[in-house]
Ligand binder design. Structure first.
Ligand code: UDP
Length: 384
């Protein structure tokens, strides 16, 4: 009978616990320093309004992998949902991500798809061959005016630096479309859980071999040597007491408002102007269009650098961060009986479906290693 300690009750920790409990003879202690399970995916129904609130910001499940969609649906019901985001810039409202409607509205034109492609090529900076950063990526694909309106201010607010300092990959998350498809994501499978995400974590952790202890930090565990293996899903720099310094993260915080009826008419509205201090406003009842609520809750989202005590959200992954990460990873490789898994422990920008897929693969690898007497994986296979 093996004894495992899992640190963190987000998707990585909860899925790992569930898989290990089913596949190995073991007991599992799962701890989380927060007073609840679910990590940043935690949802809770607001007592006063009845609205399902995504406590740590909107989480819209989307994936191109049917197996992962089916996996989630084994635990909870995902109701198909299409995220249609709007963006306000200089007093007008546009559709986001950039599509034919955005282009025509912004330039006051009625271009067809082919005409719009030609027009955008004429305003884009075609001299850029290999974009080296976020700004160059934008200039190459959409040109200066659309970039300034819809990306420059928003990105500066969200990341707290010039977009020239950020990797091009961040922009590649968003499509540019020459038709009227205003779906925020390209992934074909998209949904919102009928009863929130927390229910999935309750079900994952409902197993006789799993003991969940909330409000408990890793540093509170005195005898880690009593465990056959420790799985850490918190920030890797925290695990090593920040000995090489803190990895850069942006954090977000929310200003909550309550109103009667409908506050903004849409789940998410972004704000492109730099002068508007928040990046976006989310009104959570629009994520559950099948529910009726007389009152509404909305959240203005602000972004700032992560300091001690803040929740780390977006890994910045600047050059300096990546160097520190390599040092932490090298130290991790030297340890015995500890593995690192998930967004914070691997310091990567990951969506829910990535985290879920990786946790399932990792659990399988670990199980096989135990069963065959092989070396257990320290990190997931994915690139650092
Ligand atoms: N972004 C932007 N304007 C927008 C939406 C996004 O400039 O209206 C940029 C911003 O830098 C953001 C990136 O595009 O970090 C990726 O956006 P995404 O919506 O994927 O970010 P997330 O959902 O993780 O907040």
């Amino acid at each position: 009978m093996k004894r495992f300690l899992i640190v963190g009750a987000g998707f990585s920790g909860a899925i790992l616990a569930n898989e290990l409990a089913q596949n190995l003879e073991c007991t599992i202690d799962l701890i989380d320093e927060r007073p609840h399970i679910g990590g940043n995916c935690y949802t809770e129904r607001d007592k006063e309004t009845g609205v399902m609130v995504h406590t740590y910001g909107p989480h819209i499940f989307n994936t191109d992998r049917k197996d992962i969609w089916d996996y989630v649906n084994r635990f909870i019901e995902l109701v198909p949902y299409t995220n249609r985001v709007k963006i306000v810039y200089n007093g007008a409202v546009y559709s986001m991500p950039i599509n034919l409607h955005t282009i025509n509205q912004f330039f006051g034109k009625t271009l067809s798809p082919e005409e719009a492609k030609e027009f955008i090529s004429s305003v884009a900076d075609t001299s850029i061959e290999e974009p080296k950063n976020f700004e160059e990526q934008a200039m190459k694909f959409i040109g200066k005016d659309l970039y300034k309106a819809f990306f420059y201010g928003y990105t500066k607010k969200q990341w707290g630096c010039e977009p020239t300092e950020l990797p091009a990959a961040i922009l590649k998350r968003l499509p540019v479309r020459f038709n009227y498809n205003d779906n925020y994501y390209n992934n074909p499978l998209q949904g919102i859980p009928r009863n929130g995400f927390t229910e999935m974590f309750e079900k994952l952790l409902d197993h006789a071999s799993i003991t969940v202890r909330l409000g408990v930090k890793y540093s509170d565990i005195e005898n880690t040597a009593a465990y056959d293996h420790v799985f850490f899903t918190g920030p890797i720099d925290q695990f090593f007491d920040y000995k090489y310094g803190r990895l850069g993260y942006r954090t977000v915080y929310f200003e909550k408002g309550k109103a009667q009826g409908d506050y903004q008419g849409n789940a998410v509205i972004n704000y492109g102007n730099e002068e508007v201090p928040y990046t976006r406003v989310h009104e959570h009842k629009h994520f559950t269009p099948w529910e009726q609520h007389e009152q509404t809750l909305y959240f203005k989202e602000y972004s700032k650098e992560t300091e001690a005590g803040d929740v780390p959200y977006y890994p910045k992954r600047l050059t300096d961060d990546k160097e520190k990460l390599q040092k932490y990873r090298a130290d991790a490789e030297e340890l015995n009986g500890v593995s690192f898994l998930g967004r914070l422990a691997t310091y990567r920008y990951m969506d829910m479906h990535h985290v879920i897929g990786e946790a399932l693969d990792f659990s399988q690898q670990f199980t096989q290693a135990v069963q065959s007497g092989g070396k257990p994986p320290i990190f997931p296979n994915e690139e650092a």
